[in-house]
Ligand binder design. Structure first.
Ligand code: ADP
Length: 347
């Protein structure tokens, strides 16, 4: 019966999810050289098996020029967004999908995009073009899956889905889809696309300033799932935060003044607060410093405990980004190190 099918599917998912529970995973994604750019030297020397990436720093000599960083996975510049049937490419969404499914089983999940401006954060989360499904990012694939699976389970669990869009700019929280940042019920991917368009309009800036502004604010799309099991009456509550972080680049202190300096200080503060929270969780510290930034306060319920965290760290391959590349990879390695150490020794 469909009931048993769903139970069986749940059991399988549960096993996959057990692997991920309470752990912090970090995936590294390398952006390709952009069209129209002459393909200069890449700072990515080589991408190895098992999540290793070797960076070549042309400004350094000898053995200091090469450094290896280790993550759960590394996706090279030719990896595509979704599930394709070509075996040679490892696809971004294949490795994200089990987390999305677990939200419908009542887990809280956070997915972050981290990296300097222009490294591909928005490409991963939203995709370059909403009109072509092939290049959809994690956000829309996740929503499509959530609606699809909830439909498949309709005989067993009745689900309600709600969406909330917020932006954190200069440590201030703005609701984008609705002013009070409450969540709005949605029934289809189309509903969400419509809401996102409204959200974009509600950003308090014109179109030209939009890119600039979005690189200096954190944007969080939250999907709340509320499910009621029809036979037992028990309630499942899960939520998925999809977070496109502000650009991680350092602003030259001697150059930034006024608003720009203030923005930079807020960004630095909140990104380091995020790093501190995640690494405290990974080290199972007694005190987790959630209160140090708006970002970590907003996400508190979904970081730690039974929640699952995935961070995509993005890097640009150009030589002139080497400083930002190394600092992004260091940040991400710090966030991942403890759990990865444990995972390796189990192999
Ligand atoms: P960010 O959000 O980090 O500022 P974007 O996602 O806007 O960066 O990416 C910068 C540019 O690079 C965009 O033109 C985007 O389409 C392109 N880009 C990023 N990642 C990829 C990728 N994996 N494949 C092809 N183009 C990409």
């Amino acid at each position: 019966s469909s009931y048993h099918k769903v139970l069986e599917e749940n059991r399988m998912l549960y096993n996959q999810v057990q692997d991920l529970k309470g752990t912090i995973r970090v995936y590294c994604r390398v952006r390709p050289f952009l069209q129209g750019q002459t393909n200069g030297q890449s700072t990515v020397d080589y991408i190895g098996e098992n999540g290793n990436i070797m960076i070549l720093n042309p400004l350094k000599q000898g053995k200091d020029a090469r450094k290896v960083f280790s993550f759960n996975k590394v996706f090279g510049p030719t990896v595509s967004q979704g599930v394709s049937y070509s075996m040679e490419l490892e696809q971004i969404y294949v490795d994200t999908q089990p987390l999305i499914r677990s939200v419908l089983d009542g887990f809280n999940v956070c997915i972050f995009a981290y990296g300097q401006t222009g490294s591909g954060k928005t490409y991963t989360m939203s995709g370059p073009d909403l009109t072509t499904e092939q290049t959809w990012g994690v956000n829309y694939r996740a929503l499509r899956d959530l609606f699809q699976i909830s439909k498949e389970r309709a005989d067993v669990v009745k689900y309600e889905v709600g969406v909330q869009m917020i932006e954190i700019y200069n440590e201030q929280l703005n609701g984008l889809n609705v002013p009070d940042a409450s969540w709005v019920p949605v029934a289809s991917t189309q509903d969400v696309l419509d809401l996102m368009r409204t959200g974009q309009k509600n950003r308090a800036v014109g179109a030209t300033a939009l890119n600039e502004r979005s690189s200096r604010s954190h944007s969080i799309l939250t999907i709340h799932v509320y499910g009621k099991e029809l036979v037992s009456g028990s309630i499942l509550k899960g939520c998925l935060h999809l977070v496109d972080l502000a650009g991680s680049e350092r602003v030259d202190k001697s150059e930034a003044v006024g608003d720009r300096l203030k923005e930079a200080q807020h960004i630095n503060k909140s990104l380091s607060a995020l790093g501190d929270v995640i690494s405290a969780l990974a080290q199972k510290s007694a005190h987790i410093p959630y209160r140090n930034s708006k970002l970590t306060q907003v996400l508190q319920d979904s970081l730690g405990g039974q929640a699952k965290t995935l961070m995509f760290v993005h890097i640009s391959p150009e030589v002139n980004s080497i400083g930002e590349t190394v600092s992004a990879l260091k940040f991400a390695e710090r966030v991942a190190s403890i759990e990865l150490g444990a995972a390796r020794s189990n192999k």
